[in-house]
Write a protein that binds this ligand. Sequence first.
Ligand code: FAD
Length: 416
Amino acid sequence: MRYSAFKILKEALTGNRGWKPVWRHPEPNPEYDIIIVGGGGHGLATAYYLAKRFGLTNVAVLEKGWLGSGNIGRNTTIIRSNYLLEGNQPFYELSLKLWEGLEQDFNYNAMVSQRGIMNLIHSDAQRDAFVRRGNAMRLSGADAVILDRDGIREKCPFLDFDNARFPIQGAIWQPRGGTVRHDAVAWGYARGADERGVDIIQNCEVTGFQIENGVCHGVETSKGPIRAKKIAVCVAGSSSRVMEKAGMRLPIESHVLQAFVSEGLKPVIPGVITFGAGHFYVSQSNKGGLVFGGDIDGYNSYAQRGNLPVVEDVCEGGMAIMPMIGRARLLRMWGGIMDMSMDGSPFIDKTGIDGLYFNGGWCYGGFKATPASGFCYAHLLATGAPHPVAQHYRLDRFLRGAAIDEKGSGAQPNLH
Ligand SMILES: Cc1cc2nc3c(=O)[nH]c(=O)nc-3n(C[C@H](O)[C@H](O)[C@H](O)COP(=O)(O)OP(=O)(O)OC[C@H]3O[C@@H](n4cnc5c(N)ncnc54)[C@H](O)[C@@H]3O)c2cc1C
């Protein structure tokens, strides 16, 4: 079904009886060319680009729960490409460009809203680091502006500029950053993949891999064994648990990351704001709720809920830059499992087992990466070679001493 203004009008006048399910619910075939394990944002985007760019449609996405039950439906929806290092910047810039054309591409309203992201500066050393990052971004074709206090005041007059501990000295501003409605991204990619013939199979947990003589021929699932020429794992927070079933240990730890939403307020936050002297970030949803978060919980966990010390830490960060947040009532909070890599950067690579591929280690910045991750993973699966912008995301980079130690990708467990 194509969506259009005419279709909406017609359905409104005829009792909304003509809408069809957005994707099918097929039973799995005994065999596919490619199986994607994990129906989160990255798995669905991979299936979509495999079908759309490479015409590969004998593909199944196996999801143990329902679409959107993982981090794709739990994140705080921020997109940006404000990275410093060569291994990362072109990848995240490709992702931002894909976001910019995504709704037209898959004909689905994902509410891509480029209202800008502002990282606050609280010290001279931080200004130097942010100016350097801004210069690197501009050199690689991204947008970055350094704002002084007056420039920030124009956009966010409510900030506490003269906080005794964390005075605001300036900010780096990426106008093309912003937010996207996260679950609509999963639905849009699912719909686009399904209409091209990809089987999306929910409630189908992968419980093992069929590996013989170093070659992976298929998976064991809660719906029985399924064979495939290529198996592409893409399970984010469950990466280490799933790859353990193939006998692999990964340089990844799982941690909880929490998110918070306040009651609906009149429009006040123009884009995304991040605190530079601690861990706090905030934006405002289209319904008016302040959407905010901060650091990961400091212990390893596979639980989708967090603990109170981080709640306190996040609230302290919020109060330090915008004390008015203390008057807003919290409506809800939740957690998601983060696949934290040891250098803060992801992996999109073949494994040492023939036919088995791995995508993960997104830390808490994988939502913005969704389009490029799917695009580059599909490229690797279809051509056998890494996409040029993802060529550094190799599984052996720690062995080679080629870690991509990127502070811009968020908190790293190795720095805690
Ligand atoms: C609170 C929070 C805030 C965040 N904020 C941001 C943000 O603002 N910006 C940003 O860029 N990123 C953010 N992130 C990170 C981002 O959400 C993740 O990095 C990204 O969504 C991970 O990729 P995914 O969508 O494929 O993961 P998921 O949606 O988690 O997909 C993985 C899927 O694999 C499935 N699975 C697991 N095991 C199996 C199995 N054995 N068999 C079959 N299926 C399996 C899971 O059920 C899940 O659906 C945030 C995350 C959280 C939790």
